[in-house]
Design a protein around this ligand. Structure first.
Ligand SMILES: [Zn+2]
Length: 219
């Protein structure tokens, strides 16, 4: 059984290498995990010796097949827990991530499968992140950053980072939810805000928010 720290590293490396970049650097991992670069280097050495990561000189690390299995196992638990907390216990969506961060290390495989079955073997969590199935297969849909759309583009809001509770609470207050269909109306120059239309309502969204929201292009 990998330790909680090993699971956290595997998960962090997976998410840092998932969207476009091939390797996760020591600095990126330190920032993501909130630890010093020296601690990251020491842990990477251990993960390498355990066969969970492969070091790419001057670039960082990537997960091996065994490392990917660790990441998928903990992501499956994390994302099922988030959905369980949100749907069964009515925990607000901006709070489920912090709870799942703790519980994810304690869940047995049997309990994970029971939660999945109870929820109807769902494919995505409350933030739109895909849930690995029992065989640890994951389906990553093609998404783009909302901020990259052009005026007139239509898209479905499909995914948002789960780690910024204020941002999630703000989206809730605006009545914006994963799954919403939207159209980009206008973008202000010089990294200014963008205007999107969702249903009959227009929303002006700051660039930081528009960069955290991922969408599937629909037209
Ligand atoms: Zn989460």
């Amino acid at each position: 059984m990998p330790t909680a720290a090993v699971e956290d590293y595997a998960k962090a490396i997976y998410s840092l290498t998932g969207w476009g970049s091939e390797t996760a650097s020591t600095n990126d991992l330190a920032e993501r995990l909130g630890v010093r670069a020296g601690s990251v280097s020491a842990m990477i050495k251990k993960l390498d010796e355990a066969g969970l990561v492969e070091r790419v000189p001057y670039h960082g690390v990537r997960l091996t097949t065994d490392g990917t299995r660790v990441a998928m196992t903990v992501l499956r638990r994390h994302r099922l827990l988030e959905l369980f907390l949100a749907e069964v216990l009515d925990v607000p969506w901006e709070r489920v991530h912090a709870e799942a961060e703790v519980l994810e290390h304690a869940l047995s495989e049997d309990l994970t499968d029971l939660i999945s079955a109870k929820l109807g073997n769902p494919e995505v969590d409350p933030h739109g992140d895909p849930i690995p199935d029992r065989d640890l297969e994951i389906i990553e849909a093609e998404t783009v950053v909302l901020a990259d759309l052009a005026p007139g583009d239509s898209a479905r809001f499909s995914r948002v980072s789960d780690s910024n509770p204020e941002m999630l609470a703000y989206l809730s207050r605006c009545g914006i939810a994963v799954g919403d269909e939207l159209e980009l109306i206008e973008r202000q120059p010089f990294e200014g805000p963008i205007t999107v239309k969702i249903g009959d309502e227009s929303h002006v969204l700051g660039l930081t928010l528009a960069q955290a929201m991922r969408v599937e292009h629909t037209g």
